[in-house]
Design a binder for this molecule. Sequence first.
Ligand SMILES: NC(=O)c1ccc[n+]([C@@H]2O[C@H](COP(=O)([O-])OP(=O)(O)OC[C@H]3O[C@@H](n4cnc5c(N)ncnc54)[C@H](OP(=O)(O)O)[C@@H]3O)[C@@H](O)[C@H]2O)c1
Length: 317
Amino acid sequence: MPKTLTCPEHILKTDLKNKTYIVTGGNSGIGFMTAKQLAKQGAKVILACRRFSEAEKARSSIQKSVSWARIEMMNLDLSDLSSVRNFVKEFHLNYSELHGLINNAGVMFTPQGKTKDGFETQFGTNHLGHYLLTELLLPTLKQSTPSRIVVLSSCYHDKAQGREGRIYLEDLNFDNRKYDAWEAYAQSKLANLLYAKQLGKRLSGSGVTAVSVHPGWVRTNLIRGFMPLWIQNILLMPFFKLAGMIEPWEGAQTTLYCLLAPEVEKYNGAYFSQKGIYRTKEATMGGWPLHSPNPNAHDETTADKLDELSRSLVGLL
Ligand SMILES: NC(=O)c1ccc[n+]([C@@H]2O[C@H](COP(=O)([O-])OP(=O)(O)OC[C@H]3O[C@@H](n4cnc5c(N)ncnc54)[C@H](OP(=O)(O)O)[C@@H]3O)[C@@H](O)[C@H]2O)c1
């Protein structure tokens, strides 16, 4: 069984008193653990969440164990581009600095459906919502250098339950092909990886570093579109653990490393992976950074085209 990669202890002790971070989906799973650790290190953390009640529960839970935590909550629904725009407007009213944007929120294996703006649910939420958010926050990130963008991708960008990650530029929304929830998830997670890669190229020399991450197979709520949570958390837990499933704190290690380790600056646009399920044995060990075994993850032309298309789809052209 491959070892779980962990962020070196001294990095998790860096003083973050003068830093501000946004964690999308910070109320749950990996995002919650990331937010809690950043708060523990003194940072101001904004939980960007679609359900205020859940954000409030997360905030008070963090506050209970980290009395000095500086946590703010802001409403953000990534499946609605007007919500993304409103979030950024409100952010700019209150903040002039941003040292880290963690594009963490995500959905997996959703039934066929569309976001408010008419995009396939997983592509629209996981990629396009974050695309608009990131582009609108870029000027602030550039003014706050050194700063980081960490995009949560997945080893499923390689293959999700046998479906190879591919970007269908001519049919991103499954309008002209049969919907397959794993194929759609793989496409969205490859889009996350390619976006970070494209950003890395675009931001070279700017002081902003963008990378993508596979956090590991983590026991969170993400699986609920595929199976009831009690099956993961009770019935199959011993088997899943034996097969490599890790806990949310372990799942936050790659994100925290990418956000805080000084050496990550050398790898603008790269992919960092916890151990994972990949087509090659080497890749299953993970790597900080890791060369993805999916050839589509190295296709710069598609990355550029996806960037251009995403810009136009979210209304930035
Ligand atoms: N868990 C794994 O094994 C695994 C593996 C590879 C990659 N990842 C990636 O890791 C990231 C974090 O997932 P997780 O495992 O921590 O799952 P999780 O516990 O389900 O957390 C996902 C978060 O995303 C939020 N979210 C979903 N749709 C949203 C929307 N439209 N607008 C704003 N927020 C939204 C959820 O909010 P609600 O609480 O309101 O639903 C929740 O806070 C995801 O991007 C996922 O693809 C996870």
